[in-house]
Design a protein around this ligand. Structure first.
Ligand code: NAP
Length: 202
């Protein structure tokens, strides 16, 4: 039997790139995959069709995670599909921007933090009640959270603000390990262990 048979997984930003590959892999392992996306309807639907053609289960869900209400809207849609149990949550959706420090705008900064940090934070908040014992949360960070890339200089374009969003995500993941212990001490859905991990591609 496939290892994730009868399990459900949500991958944010699954229409393209790393999220798409992750969603396809989870489907191959037997999970019913919720393919979240923003604007790329055609790509998301083609992934769902691809998974279904191979005998897997997948459902596409579009929600803009940059908006203040995006995370709770996505959580509501997810819960209407999976009911009271989500087994895997992959926080992958993200945006990047390279610019000279002088050229960054407040809108750029807010957009990066809204999509890469606020969205994942409130998605976890909203889905926590349905992440049962043995479930997993995986956040996609980046090596740039800890490594200097290129030759940062005030005259060169840099990804300083983007790198800061990934630093914030890594802090959230790190602090969530103690959250796990405090959750176990509550009677919230009884005792449960949620694996919280991060990956940081180059
Ligand atoms: N690629 C790399 O080299 C690399 C390296 C290190 C870390 N990462 C991290 O890995 C993750 C995926 O990167 P990628 O390169 O695979 O990304 P990508 O190909 O650009 O795809 C980004 C995904 O995120 C979704 N997304 C972006 N903004 C959104 C929003 N406001 N609302 C909903 N969905 C949104 C996109 O959906 P739509 O297109 O449907 O709108 C798309 O599915 C990101 O967190 C990134 O920071 C990537």
């Amino acid at each position: 039997m496939a290892i994730l048979q009868n399990k459900t997984a949500l991958v944010t930003g699954a229409s393209k790139g790393i999220g798409r590959a992750t969603a396809a892999a989870l489907a191959r392992a037997g999970a019913h995959v919720l393919v979240h996306y923003g604007r790329s309807t055609q790509e998301a639907e083609s992934l769902v069709a691809e998974i279904q053609t191979k005998g897997g289960r997948a459902t596409a869900i579009s929600v803009d995670l940059e908006t203040p209400e995006g995370a709770s809207l996505l959580a509501k849609k997810v819960r209407s599909i999976v009911g009271d149990r989500l087994d895997v949550l992959v926080l992958n959706a993200g945006i990047s921007k390279a610019a000279r420090i002088a050229d960054y705008t407040v809108e750029d900064f807010d957009s990066l933090f809204a999509t890469n940090v606020r969205g994942p934070f409130f998605l976890v908040q909203q889905l926590l009640p349905v992440l049962g014992d043995g479930s997993s949360i995986v956040a996609v960070s980046s090596a740039v959270a800890r490594t200097v890339v290129g030759k940062p200089d005030v005259e060169n374009p840099s990804i300083l603000a983007y790198a800061s969003t990934k630093g914030a995500i890594e802090t959230l993941v790190d602090r969530s390990r103690s959250l796990r212990h405090s959750l176990q001490q509550t009677r919230l859905r009884g005792s449960r262990t949620i694996l919280v991990a991060e990956v940081h591609p180059a």
